[in-house]
Design a protein around this ligand. Structure first.
Ligand code: X8Z
Ligand code: ZN
Length: 627
């Protein structure tokens, strides 16, 4: 249950009471009572009953709630104070939880061939999927695995680049990211890129061992490998899910291609054909982001001549002397405008907003739900930038989801599928339009429609550019888990996918002495990544539905649901369902649609795609004339 958005769990007595209340509300409890006597008889004869299954689930939920609280507390401290001791404590807590899930999943097999009420059956299935990384039942191997996962997380959190050796000044990721964003000096960018990517080779062997142990755990749970377990979390067979991902990718690929072609020739103009060949891959260090996953930082190099929005949110936030807490207040203000509750006082007391100067912390933003009631927290080293303004909304989307599904029982305290969790805050942030910024006094004047192309381009450089990256990270991991890619080929396979899907190339020759996938947080942190690809699609689907609910007519890029209680109520209704129903039902509750569908993102960017295709055609024409 170690995920970035920290699935939350309920504690002790309250949990038990709550489960009982919920059970007594429905058929499950009636059935549990009715078969109690019969159940005893059947048990004597050695055959499990549906009533026992329901009881088993209730006990399992209570036990896991308690263990999960301990994991959350220990992990919170580990990630806020990375030391050998906190790492050991987090590994211990995780070991206990992992052991419990392994044991419970094994015990649950006795209900395998029983006809069960839908809820009990669903919860038994969710129990098997509760751990991102299940462990082998052998205690020594489990111990080894939980130690490795904790130490990989610390390794990443401690990662630094020391240009002048260990004794000199070392740069943290936090310090390197602004250079990647702002520098236009290819040599400097390359140095920084290579510097950061040197953090991961030291933990490559550890990662390879993690793969072996994680696969053993997944196989004991009855999955083909750990990748198959991850793909089984979508209310459909794992192969079907892989096909869904491919279907969605093919839907959006033409949009990516148009953006990519435009970006490449603009970069070629800027840096020269030597560095950016007109028909080859784009070097990864020139796209304004350490992983080339979002490109809006190079918007100034790409902006349309006559369609600039005329404001730069980063500059405005800095001019207004916005601090980290104020950034979070802006995010909260959006959610409360929809009719959702303010964040609880403990959120403000316990969260981490600013990178501490005196110690190592895991800076990668995450939203925590420590006790599955109201103890939600944000952990983020906030920078005062437009990018982090969005990330704050993203994270609060997690926290609002967590608070909304808290009344569900433990195994349902999660999003409909993990893509939903990632999509909520982003969907809300799509409403951060110029009109909204004017309403909250961040800009004085709403730019006229002529600025739309620029605004759409800036957003596409984040949302559309991200799509192939969102898709490929787990393409790589699925191959690693299945054994198709072995440690001897980790880096080669990584770059094959990076080139195939994103069309990018490493800034310098790479080899298997490098471990470039490991320099992306989610790989050492073992957070599945397909969720972000789904979220990139779903957030536009949610936005379209919420705008419809708000009665908005007009192009989706101008819609903001700020202040709209009807849209807020609709959103909250879906959030409160948690994972109690298969995700298509949750999707339907919000959008009326029961399939994930890329037409919303495609429609949103349709005017931009026309513009890009026109620019690309003109450029091709000029190029062929020039020859
Ligand atoms: O990891 C995150 C969030 C935390 S769940 C900050 N994201 C992905 C990333 O940074 O790679 C958000 C979008 C993609
Ligand atoms: Zn997230």
């Amino acid at each position: 249950m170690r995920v970035s958005y920290r699935a939350t769990r309920r504690t002790g007595v309250v949990a038990l009471l709550l489960s009982l209340i919920l059970l007594s509300n429905g058929a499950v409890f009636a059935q549990a009572l009715a078969s109690k006597k019969a159940g005893t008889r059947k048990t004597a004869a050695g055959k499990a009953t549906a009533a026992e299954a329901a009881q088993f689930v209730a006990h399992a939920e209570q036990r896991l709630t308690e263990l999960n609280l301990k994991v959350n507390r220990a992990s919170w401290i580990q990630e806020n104070f990375i030391t050998d001791d906190t790492e050991a404590l987090a590994a211990d807590a995780n070991n206990d939880l992992t052991a419990a899930v392994t044991e419970l999943a094994e015990q649950a097999t006795k209900f395998d061939n029983l006809k069960l009420p839908a809820d009990t059956a669903r919860k038994l299935k969710l129990l098997k999927l509760a751990l991102t990384v299940p462990a082998p039942s052998n205690p020594a191997e489990r111990d080894e695995l939980t130690k490795i996962t904790a130490s990989l997380s610390s390794d990443y959190g401690k990662g630094k680049y020391c240009p002048d050796g260990e004794r000199g000044k070392c740069l943290t990721l936090q310090e390197m990211e602004p250079i990647m964003a702002e520098s236009r000096d290819p040599e400097e960018l390359k140095r920084i890129w290579l510097g950061w990517h040197a953090i991961s080779p030291p933990f490559k062997q550890k990662y390879a061992r993690f793969v072996v142990l994680g696969n053993m755990g997944a196989r004991e749970m009855g999955f083909k490998d750990l990748g198959a377990l991850w793909r089984s979390n979508y209310d459909m067979p794992p192969d079907e899910f892989a096909a869904e991902m491919e279907r969605l990718w093919l839907q959006v690929k033409p949009l990516y291609d148009s953006l990519y072609t435009y970006t490449r020739w603009k970069l070629s103009e800027k840096y020269g054909k030597q560095l950016v060949p007109e028909n080859g891959a784009i070097p990864a260090h020139l796209l304004g982001n350490m992983w080339s996953q979002t490109w809006s930082n190079i918007y100034p190099l790409l902006k349309p001549e006559r369609s600039d929005p005329g404001y730069d949110l980063t500059k405005i936030l800095l001019e207004k002397k916005t601090d980290a807490k104020q950034m979070v207040r802006y995010g909260e203000g959006f959610f409360t405008s929809l009719g959702l509750d303010p964040l609880p006082p403990t959120f403000w007391e316990r969260s981490l907003f600013v990178k501490p100067q005196d110690r190592d912390v895991v800076c990668h933003a995450s939203a925590w739900d420590v006790d599955a009631r109201q103890d939600v927290r944000l952990k983020m080293c906030i920078k005062i930038t437009a990018e982090d303004f969005s990330v704050v909304h993203h994270e609060l989307g997690h926290n609002y989801y967590q608070m909304a599904y808290a009344p569900q029982t433990m195994l349902y305290q999660n999003s409909a599928n993990d893509g939903f969790h990632e999509a909520i805050g982003d969907a809300v942030a799509l409403s951060v339009t110029p009109e909204y910024l004017k309403k909250i006094n961040l800009i004085d004047k709403v730019p006229d429609e002529s600025a739309d192309t620029g605004l759409l381009l800036r957003l596409a450089l984040d949302k559309v550019a991200f799509l192939p990256f969102g898709y490929l990270v787990d393409q790589w991991r699925w191959k690693v888990f299945s054994g198709e890619v072995t440690p001897e080929n980790y880096n080669k396979a990584w770059w094959e996918l990076r080139t195939k899907y994103q069309g990018i190339a490493p800034p310098a020759a790479r080899s298997e002495a490098d471990f470039d996938a490991g320099a992306k947080y989610h790989v050492p942190a073992n957070t599945p990544y397909a969720r972000y690809f789904l979220a990139a699609i779903l957030q536009f689907q949610f936005h379209r539905a919420l705008c419809r609910e708000a009665g908005f007519k007009g192009p989706l890029n101008r819609c903001s649901i700020y202040g709209n209680k009807a849209a807020g109520a609709k959103l909250k209704q879906m959030l409160a369902m948690g994972q109690s129903r298969p995700w298509p039902e949750a999707l339907k509750a919000l959008t009326g649609e029961d399939k994930m569908d890329a037409t919303a993102i495609i429609d949103y960017f349709a005017p931009l795609k026309r513009w890009l295709d026109e620019q690309n055609a003109r450029h091709a024409q000029r190029a062929s004339n020039g020859k």
